[in-house]
Design a protein around this ligand. Structure first.
Ligand SMILES: Nc1ncnc2c1ncn2[C@@H]1O[C@H](COP(=O)(O)OP(=O)(O)O)[C@@H](O)[C@H]1O
Ligand SMILES: [Mg+2]
Length: 291
């Protein structure tokens, strides 16, 4: 077994007692089952920046600000210092999100510790006590599929209430644990309030859930939970216990009316501004046009 240096140094530091076995090697990270003094956990070891591929795209990182202007400017500039800062920011993004979601009681593994390029978290287990399989490997009866689909949609909605959009949610990033599905893999998660792509990413996440579960319950295809959820979120009406219906058309009328009212207000403001400018220039007011 090839042990990454980053994990080896956690053993040297005493955080990890021993490596039980490698679990998965993915696009961005390698995951190991390890033993710590607090018991068994999963260790996610990030690959070095140059070996990763797609997820640092602008879509995801937009709106991520450390609050330290020098650091943010360096990240934007792409200098060597900037690249190192960006790498550090990428690594802490997942643990920051997990902390936030742990605090909100979302069904994700509990974060134990973040070392240099290694994240320690609870190992999600299945019925036999082994690491839980990905949802992608499971088959469901129609009613089960509808049940778990709703539970996951509700979890996504509760995440949105905590200000987080996963951004890469699919049957590969959800594990089928003994007591229901558990969501994992957050380095690309975005802040719903600060990222202009948040709506698009949220709709894609929900669509992925619906696409997967509609294999077992085709009627789910007609649901529009993503749109419904985002609308309520925009109206600050989404609460962690909101019961979603999956219907959106009725609500669309309400939002259209709001847009029309906003447009009317904006037109009134423009007209007032124009009248002010004309008056300041000593010009007579424009005649009111009748339709
Ligand atoms: N806490 C965990 N418990 C059990 N298995 C896990 C855990 N975290 C990750 N895994 C396994 O490792 C795989 C890769 O982890 P993930 O966080 O999705 O990283 P990647 O970025 O490589 O996709 C998961 O699909 C899952 O099978
Ligand atoms: Mg993954």
């Amino acid at each position: 077994m090839l042990i990454p240096d980053r994990l080896r140094s956690m053993i040297d530091d005493g955080f990890v007692r021993r490596i039980i076995r490698p679990l998965k090697s993915g696009k961005e990270a390698e995951v190991f089952v390890v033993e710590t003094e607090d018991g068994i956990c999963a260790a996610k070891v990030y690959k070095e920046a140059h070996r990763r591929n797609f997820r640092q795209r602008q879509d995801y990182v937009e709106g991520r600000r450390s609050g330290d202007t020098r650091r943010d400017r360096a990240i934007d500039s792409g200098s060597r210092f900037g690249q190192a800062q960006r790498e550090a920011a990428w690594q802490t993004a997942e643990s920051d999100t997990m902390r936030r979601l742990n605090a909100a009681g979302i069904r994700i593994p509990r974060l134990r510790q973040l070392g240099d390029g290694v994240l320690l978290m609870d190992l999600v287990t299945g019925a036999d006590g082994d690491p839980a399989p990905q949802l992608a490997t499971q088959h469901y009866q129609r009613d089960e599929a509808k049940h778990w689909h709703y539970q996951l949609v509700h979890e996504v909605s509760r995440m949105l209430c905590a200000g987080v959009v996963h951004g890469d949610l699919s049957e590969y990033n959800i594990l089928h644990a003994t007591n229901g599905p558990v969501i994992i893999d957050f380095p690309q998660a975005t802040d719903a309030a600060r990222n202009s792509n948040a709506k698009r990413l949220l709709l894609r996440d929900v669509n992925n859930l619906t696409r997967f579960f509609s294999r077992f319950a085709p009627e789910l295809r007609r649901s529009e939970y993503g749109q419904e959820m985002w609308l309520l979120h925009e109206q600050t009406a989404l609460k962690p216990d909101t019961r979603l219906t999956g219907r959106y058309t009725a609500a669309r009328g309400a939002v259209d009316a709001q847009i029309v009212l906003r447009e009317i207000e904006a037109a009134k403001r423009d007209a007032a501004k124009r009248a002010e400018i004309r008056a300041a220039r000593g010009l007579p007011p424009l005649p009111v046009r009748r339709p």
